[in-house]
Write a protein that binds this ligand. Structure first.
Ligand code: PTJ
Length: 258
């Protein structure tokens, strides 16, 4: 029996997961999702979503590949250029990277908006409270006084002065049709999803194929580094990013390990 066999679901706090465990990131991610379900933040379906992501991350080698880093830099440039950027938060995102999303919002002056597929008043409130516990001051999404056209489910409900008015939206961890509907509203979308074939990255201007627990802090680091860059330099980064190549590179890595 190896020492790692003692790492079980009985872990109460994530600090108990040994950082030198060969599957550390996966154990950490699973632990945060379990806690999210216990707290009423994450929907049970979020565990399935996590399982899907985990399989892709395994094949990616559980690290940020160069094309994902380029996407994360392009995302930072888009967010810094935006007039009104919004970061969309669902139950998995809130469980996995609450403080990291708050930090990114602060770095690029973005709004945070809760947007759920399985929307209930209780979950909306629990997620907003959870974000506030992690430092958020203003959390949007609870008003739901506007609607994304041509979207026939709960994710259509948005705030008029939030996602509805945004020019750049970060859409993480949802394989669905909202990304396409937002694109039809002429918004620039940055999607974070470990599956390059998922619907959302397929339509995103910037598809980030990386685990959200690595991606968000890296976008923030790029944004902090680019904070004093002039508009021309930011536009050059945005224009130099090739979304098709990024998707192909991720798929190659997953299918062939290249
Ligand atoms: O919180 P709600 O009510 O809005 O519900 C959210 C669900 C679970 C319904 C939503 O996330 C969902 O639609 O899940 P899907 O369809 O399984 O899509 C999730 C996508 O995120 C999949 O393509 C996964 O590969 C990907 N994914 C899962 N975990 C991660 C991830 N991508 C990046 N980092 C992860 N940790």
């Amino acid at each position: 029996m190896s020492e790692y066999d003692t790492v079980s679901a009985e872990v109460e706090h994530e600090d108990e997961i040994p950082e030198d465990h060969p599957r550390y990131q996966d154990l950490l991610t699973r632990h945060r999702i379990e806690k999210g379900v216990e707290k009423g933040i994450t929907h049970l379906q979020g565990m399935h979503a996590e399982g899907r992501g985990s399989a892709f991350d395994y094949l990616l080698g559980e690290k940020t590949i160069p094309s994902a880093d380029a996407a994360e830099r392009a995302a930072a440039a888009h967010l810094l250029l935006a007039d009104h950027p919004v970061l969309s938060i669902n139950g998995n995102v809130a469980a996995l990277v609450p403080g990291e999303m708050v930090d990114l919002a602060a770095a690029v002056d973005a709004d945070l908006e809760v947007n759920l597929f399985n929307r209930t008043p209780e979950r909306m409130q629990a997620i907003a409270d959870h974000l506030r516990e992690h430092g958020a001051t203003d959390v949007k999404g609870l008003e739901a006084d506007a609607s994304i056209p041509n979207l026939d489910h709960q994710r259509a409900k948005v705030d008029e002065d939030g996602i509805y008015a945004a020019d750049v939206v970060v859409v993480p961890l949802e394989d669905g049709d909202r990304a396409e509907a937002l694109e039809a509203m002429d918004k620039t979308e940055i999607v974070i999803d470990l599956n390059p074939l998922s619907r959302s990255p397929q339509v995103a201007e910037v598809p980030i194929v990386d685990n959200i627990i690595r991606a968000v802090p890296n976008v923030t680091d790029h944004a902090l580094e680019l904070a004093d860059a002039d508009e021309g330099d930011l536009r050059e980064i945005v224009e130099g990013f090739d979304r098709e190549r990024a998707l192909e590179a991720a798929e190659e890595r997953i299918r062939r390990g290249l």
